[in-house]
Ligand binder design. Structure first.
Ligand SMILES: Cc1cc2nc3c(=O)[nH]c(=O)nc-3n(C[C@H](O)[C@H](O)[C@H](O)COP(=O)(O)OP(=O)(O)OC[C@H]3O[C@@H](n4cnc5c(N)ncnc54)[C@H](O)[C@@H]3O)c2cc1C
Length: 396
């Protein structure tokens, strides 16, 4: 047996090594210094977003022909992991733009649509998002109420979408481009490109006082008789559900990567603190109960990271087929991230409760990963369904 020892799951190629270095520098120099302020002020950092565009991060998985970096799912995971060690809220905005909008659009739109839209998305000149959730419908997507009625030359969209990341840039400014899922027939969902400036399309409200992810802009968007031309329908009528399900695989994987980044930062903070803080005549790392927090978090972090990178390595961005593991990574990693932040606060005692030590913010941010892009319960349901259907394919 030989050869396996050289394989690095987390840095599989020189290209990934270079990307990791770029991310490390960007996070240390430009992301970290602004993170606490934007959380406190609940403000999206548009300038930093544009900077991420300059560095090629917003088009990480887009083909070079559309101005992208042409990288794979492993790179998308590296990106989300690295940003989330510092600013998970900003990372969520990048994720909604680069994965929920741009990557989704690359896979499902026509060549003409891609050429018109994706270069603006890759540069960050246009900010994009994806609209699935509605005030009355989240997990149960097939029950969505937003309608797309055929009219001369296109469709008329009526409805409201909510909790849309990047729905706005600031209190009065809509995001630029959105993939909107709407009901185009009794049991038929289609995808549409809706653009800022289309009559009837407006920002309903900005959600403020969010528990976490406060540096991302979460909006309610209103579609009041928005006439969308045929040229803005994405794919064939009725294909929306396939688009949605396909994109959910990479979405869940990169959300899981956010939790891995959160866990990594929490570990760094708690280990550093346990080495320096003394109680009862010894560094607190000497106390068994503190060791338990550190060791359990470390093992869980390693397991979550390995699972996420192993699925990323196998995920084909243009196809579906990894649903059970995309759900699996997020189900596991989301809980690891949350437990890691909780353990870090406990290890730091009163200081952990204070913003200065960062883990308080990460604790608030970590919760979103158990809800957004699929709740824990949705993952339970999907995984059990897929396992029951074909256990032999999934279990050795
Ligand atoms: C900060 C933030 C950003 C978001 N960004 C976006 C975005 O960009 N685009 C977008 O479209 N959406 C976005 N969402 C919405 C998110 O994806 C939904 O909140 C999520 O899918 C859950 O839907 P819901 O909130 O309607 O909860 P519901 O679906 O109403 O669920 C409520 C509870 O019921 C449970 N439940 C529902 N069905 C079942 C079942 N069959 N079995 C067992 N339990 C069940 C759920 O697990 C949950 O515990 C965002 C949400 C947040 C908070």
């Amino acid at each position: 047996m030989s050869g396996h020892a050289d394989f690095d799951l987390f840095v599989p190629s020189e290209e990934h090594a270079l990307f990791a270095r770029l991310l490390r520098d960007f996070v240390a120099r430009e992301v970290e210094p602004q993170a606490a302020l934007h959380d406190r002020e609940e403000r999206f950092n548009h300038a930093l977003f544009r900077r991420a565009g300059e560095l090629g991060l917003l088009g990480v998985t887009l083909d070079e022909a559309y101005g992208g970096a042409g990288l794979d799912a492993v790179a998308a995971v590296q990106l989300m992991e690295a940003l989330s060690t510092s600013d998970p809220g900003f990372a969520l905005s990048v994720l909604a733009h680069a994965v929920l909008f741009a990557q989704n659009f690359q896979v499902n739109a026509s060549e003409a649509q891609r050429r018109r839209v994706l270069p603006h998305a890759a540069s960050g000149e246009w900010i994009g998002g994806m609209c699935m959730t509605e005030p009355g419908v989240g997990t149960d997507v097939l029950a969505m109420a937003t309608r797309a009625a055929p009219v001369e030359g296109g469709y008329r969209i009526d409805g409201t979408k909510t909790f849309i990341t990047n729905g706005g840039i600031d209190d009065g400014t809509l995001g630029d481009v959105f993939i909107v899922y709407a009901r185009s027939g009794e049991r038929e969902i289609s995808s549409f490109l809706v653009e800022k400036g289309m009559p009837g399309f407006r920002l309903g409200q900005k959600w403020s006082d969010k528990l976490g992810m406060r540096a991302s802009f979460t909006a309610e968007l209103v579609f009041d008789g928005v006439v969308v031309p045929d040229a803005n329908r994405i794919g064939a009528p009725g294909e929306g559900l396939v688009h949605m399900m396909r994109n959910l695989e990479i979405e869940r994987l990169v959300l899981a990567a956010q939790s891995v980044g959160i866990a990594e930062r929490c570990l760094r903070v708690m280990v550093g603190y346990a080495n320096e803080r003394h109680a009862f005549g010894a560094p607190i790392r000497e106390h068994g109960q503190i060791q338990r927090y550190i060791a359990e978090t470390f093992a869980e972090y390693r397991a979550a990271r390995t699972y996420v990178y192993d699925v990323a390595r196998r995920l084909d961005l243009g196809a579906s087929g990894q649903r059970v593991d995309a759900d699996g990574t997020k189900l596991f990693a989301a809980q690891v991230g949350k437990r890691a932040a909780d353990a870090a606060i406990q290890v730091l005692g009163g200081n952990g409760y204070m913003g200065e030590y960062v883990v308080e913010r990460l604790w608030r941010d970590a919760k979103l990963l158990e809800i957004g892009g699929g709740t824990l319960e949705a993952h339970h349901k999907n995984i059990t369904k897929d396992l029951s259907r074909d256990p032999a394919a999934l279990l050795p």
